[in-house]
Design a protein around this ligand. Structure first.
Ligand SMILES: Cc1ncc(COP(=O)(O)O)c(C=O)c1O
Length: 404
């Protein structure tokens, strides 16, 4: 290879990237798109994003900002009026009080919120308790911040909550934080208030952080909506990492936030000054309209997801070779276990795509404990959801005969 007229023979990248593979979901997505390009109808159960358009009033606010020339850098922590709107929403929805001036930073999606949080609190070698299975970037974000991910299996029959006995065993003097992600990706599990209180008590007892990934906080169909930050004494040790992506169908706008005690936000702002500098200006004006405006769009979208979730629940039980061990009370995911012998979840996922035109994600992409499962995202139109489940049922019948 020639770079600037010099021959480069050994191109190496940083060793810190060695444990970081390309996302498992990407492979399925690319293959599904290739099939589609060849003329096949593919049902996209692999994509973790709402299929709705962003509500019109949010788009109008962003367009207006562009027309008004609001196109320049904004403060590192986000527009003051946007932080104010977020503080108002956290108060109205969860009864939480955060100062928009000192306790909130806007981020490029919930994902950047997680990265900034880990970078803000972790010293080299600090351990972070994570769910297994979990959202893929969690362990990588911990590692990039110098930390050590400690994965704890979830209990499907307990709303996919941590096995707390295993958490207690795993806690060490190096443990710095426990991650809570309810509703949960990839299982759709929603923890009960008692379960949240148990993890909150553990954090208090050990003097460690609770990092709440609230990416799906508006997509709860059954179960608890409270935030541990509202429990007595927990506000100062809880870091809320939230997002507008799923709530307002704004995944491409890249708007999220951290709400936490001032020292954490201070650290995150110093990082942001050197990473993003500031977020997209007009996306922030759109976000402001979302947070401060009418919330019926949120209820309408969540209502439609709930309808599809009910369809998934009703149909999945009759599919041979699949077992739903836990209850998906939120987000837009179900995580069935494959009960067929002599076949891996990767092989089942491949078979479903190749032979039924249904894209799902092998559970192993979410961690070791995801092995033997696949993630089904019902963020697709209701009728496609039905067709996809019918196709899976047919394919699993054939597979059951092949595997026995
Ligand atoms: C659990 C969880 N957290 C955070 C995110 C990040 O979302 P975003 O960066 O779009 O806000 C996702 C995205 O799928 C997720 O599933």
């Amino acid at each position: 290879m020639m770079v600037g007229g010099l021959a480069v023979t050994n191109v190496t990248v940083a060793e810190r990237l060695n444990p970081i593979p390309f996302a498992g979901i990407r492979k399925v997505f690319e293959k599904a798109n290739q099939l589609e390009a060849s003329g096949q109808k593919v049902i996209h159960f692999e994509i973790g994003r709402p299929d709705f358009d962003t509500p019109a009033h949010i788009k109008a606010a962003a367009k207006l900002a562009l027309d008004q020339g609001l196109v320049h850098y904004t403060p590192n922590s986000g527009l003051p009026a946007l932080r104010q709107a977020l503080a108002g929403r956290l108060n109205a929805d969860k009864g939480l009080t955060y100062s928009p001036d000192t306790e909130i930073i806007m981020t490029a999606g919930g994902q950047e919120a997680l990265y900034l949080s880990f970078l803000s609190i972790l010293n080299e070698g600090d351990e972070v308790i994570l769910p297994d299975p979990c959202f893929g970037p969690f362990p990588l974000a911990v590692r990039l911040a110098g930390g050590v991910p400690v994965k704890i299996g979830l209990q499907p029959q307990q709303n996919y909550c941590y096995d707390f006995a295993a958490v207690k065993k795993a806690l060490s003097p190096k443990t710095k934080a426990i991650v809570v992600n309810s509703p949960h990706n990839p299982t759709g599990g929603v923890w009960s208030e008692d379960q949240l209180k148990t993890v909150a008590a553990l954090a208090t007892e050990r003097g460690i952080w609770l990092i709440c990934d609230d990416a799906y906080d508006n997509l709860v169909y059954e179960g608890c909506r409270v935030s541990p930050a509202g429990f007595a004494g927990l506000r100062e040790r809880t870091i809320l990492c939230g997002s507008l992506s799923k709530t307002y169908a704004m995944t491409g706008w890249r708007i999220g936030y951290i709400a936490a005690a001032e020292p954490v936000i201070n650290a995150a702002i110093r990082l942001q000054q050197n990473i993003m500098l500031s977020l997209c200006s007009f996306a922030q004006y759109g976000a402001m309209a979302g947070l401060a405006g009418p919330q019926d769009c949120v209820r309408t979208m969540a209502g439609e997801f709930a309808r599809r979730r009910n369809l998934v629940l009703a149909m999945i039980h009759d599919i041979p070779g699949l077992q739903l061990d836990g209850f998906p009370g939120g987000a837009f995911y179900a995580f069935p276990r494959i009960t067929l012998p002599n076949i891996t979840s990767a092989q089942v996922a491949d078979y479903l795509l190749d032979h039924a035109g249904v894209a799902v994600v092998d559970g192993l992409a979410f961690g070791e404990k995801g092995n033997g499962h696949f993630r089904l995202s019902y963020a697709v139109a209701y009728e496609d959801c039905r067709e996809g489940l019918e196709r899976i049922a047919e394919a699993m019948k054939t597979l059951a005969q092949k595997c026995s």
